[in-house]
Design a protein around this ligand. Structure first.
Ligand SMILES: *Cc1c(COP(=O)(O)O)cnc(C)c1O
Length: 466
């Protein structure tokens, strides 16, 4: 049925895009890791972010095994960092660490969360295109294993902080290769028009590329150790071709640096961006296929350039947590609206309002992201009707799913589950309309665990000094 699925499939799995341990029981109700959704809603309320803990750990282990074995096979190594920005709390950071991953952070708050989880500084990466002096100081003091520097000015700042603290800080230089990839294709161009990284292409008339200038600058700083190069080409990538093109380009830059300066950096960090299934029928990127394609490119390019292969790091976020998470909403107002189609047709669209919306998932509005929903507490009648799932915010654009067919006996109080909301839901959530952020609850082996409690109106008012 889903032959492409690389995961170990739990018995009764509902298939992509649902978590591996999401099933329907004999009564037709969804259960996450054996816990009925009505029980979860009864205990914690809705809306609620749910994490299939076993699925998160399984995806992390699958990525780790795939990359370690592919790179060991070419006489090298792979290290993995969970990209915390996708969804970060102390439990997720600790679980990632426990399955052998580091944690990537991109702000002082993310860094503090990983440290509070007990992740050792050496297993933390620190990112950002505009790191504050306070953040840099916190990262160097924490002994983070790698700071990914993003500009020439930042190199001076990190070097100064490290020198003041009497340490040598390992850094990667984030470069842009001109490869940009998304869900369906990649483009390669020498032109860069984005805020991240330093281009590997020299500007017309310039002697060196910004990337080479940055590398030379790092090498001149005694308080910095040049660990390697970093490249992140995009997100929700389903075809490994973009990763392969970027890997080849950074491997070439590594060889050029070796030729010119005699320095062979040990690590190439190829970033995150591995794509997942959002809708039924979507085929996620297979970590085994991606790992082998990258290992082959790194081996071939290194051999052609006469350099030993580097260690490779990757930073998956969405591909570890996205599909392991769902959101549970309760249905409220149901309103049939007569729609006059552009083609002259007249039809009824049923607006189904749920108790969350754009504050707990901004992606549909922000990127036109598509999601799959199903009635969760029961199966409903076989007959379906055209529905639009909308939130409770004061915004007509507050649409979670523009078009979906749901059972025609759908009623207030029913529960709706939205698939693949584990990444960039909670982490991008807002308090629009003063809605408290939903809790994050994990389920495993028939039990639930509260990871982050529901925000309260009192939490929000506590900030208000009026
Ligand atoms: C966003 C980001 C990631 C994670 O991306 P995913 O698409 O969630 O895998 C990794 N590295 C960097 C530098 C990023 O900006």
């Amino acid at each position: 049925m889903f032959e492409h699925n690389w995961r170990e499939v739990a018995a009764g799995w509902l298939g992509e895009p649902w978590p591996a341990n999401l099933t329907r029981n004999a009564a037709g109700e969804m259960e996450l890791a054996g816990v009925p959704v009505t029980q979860i809603a009864g205990e914690y309320g809705t809306p609620i972010y749910l994490i299939d803990k076993g699925d998160f750990l399984g995806r992390a282990a699958a990525y780790r095994e795939a990359f370690e074995s592919a790179f060991n096979a070419i006489g090298s190594e792979a290290s993995l960092y969970y990209a915390g920005k996708a969804n970060l709390n102390k439990s997720l950071a600790r679980w990632a660490h426990e399955v052998g991953l580091g944690v990537d952070t991109a702000s002082g708050g993310e860094l503090a969360t990983a440290l509070a989880a007990g992740v050792p500084g050496a297993k933390i990466g620190f990112h950002g295109n505009n790191k504050s002096l306070g953040e840099i100081t916190a990262a160097v003091k924490a002994g983070v294993g790698q700071i990914i520097v993003d500009s020439l000015g930042e190199i001076d700042q990190v070097a100064e902080v490290a020198a003041d603290l009497g340490v040598v800080q390992p850094v990667l230089v984030r470069v842009t290769t001109g490869v940009h990839a998304g869900a369906h294709e990649y483009i390669s161009t020498a032109h860069e028009d984005q805020k991240f990284g330093l281009s590997i292409h020299a500007a017309p008339g310039a002697h060196d590329s910004p990337a080479m200038e940055a590398l030379a600058k790092v090498l001149d700083k005694p308080s910095l150790k040049l660990l390697g190069l970093h490249s992140h080409i995009g997100s929700q990538i389903l075809d490994p071709a973009g990763f392969v093109a970027a890997a080849g380009a950074v491997a070439q830059l590594r060889a050029e640096l070796y030729r010119r300066r005699g320095v062979l950096v040990e690590e190439l960090d190829l970033g995150g961006g591995f794509g997942i299934a959002y809708l039924p029928g979507d085929v996620p990127i297979d970590p085994g296929v991606a790992a082998k394609a990258l290992a082959t490119t790194i081996a071939d390019t290194s051999a052609a350039l006469g350099t030993p292969p580097p260690r490779v790091a990757i930073e998956p976020g969405r591909s570890l947590i996205g599909g392991a998470g769902i959101t549970l909403y309760q249905v409220g107002t149901i309103k049939p609206v007569t729609v006059h189609g552009k083609d002259g047709s007249i039809f009824t669209r049923v607006y189904v309002s749920v108790d969350g919306g754009m504050s707990d998932n901004i992606r549909p509005i922000l990127y036109g992201a598509q999601y799959h929903v199903e009635l969760a507490n029961r199966v409903g009648t076989a007959e379906t009707q055209l529905c639009r799932i909308v939130g409770k915010h004061c915004e007509s654009g507050d649409i979670l799913v523009p078009q979906v067919r749901l059972p025609s006996d759908l009623k207030a109080g029913d529960l709706i589950a939205m698939a693949a909301t584990g990444a960039y839901g909670r982490s991008m959530a807002s308090n629009y309309n003063m809605l408290p952020k939903p809790p994050v609850v994990a389920a495993a082996d028939g039990e639930t665990q509260l990871l982050v409690r529901r925000e309260t109106v009192e939490d929000m008012l506590a900030l208000d000094q009026g």
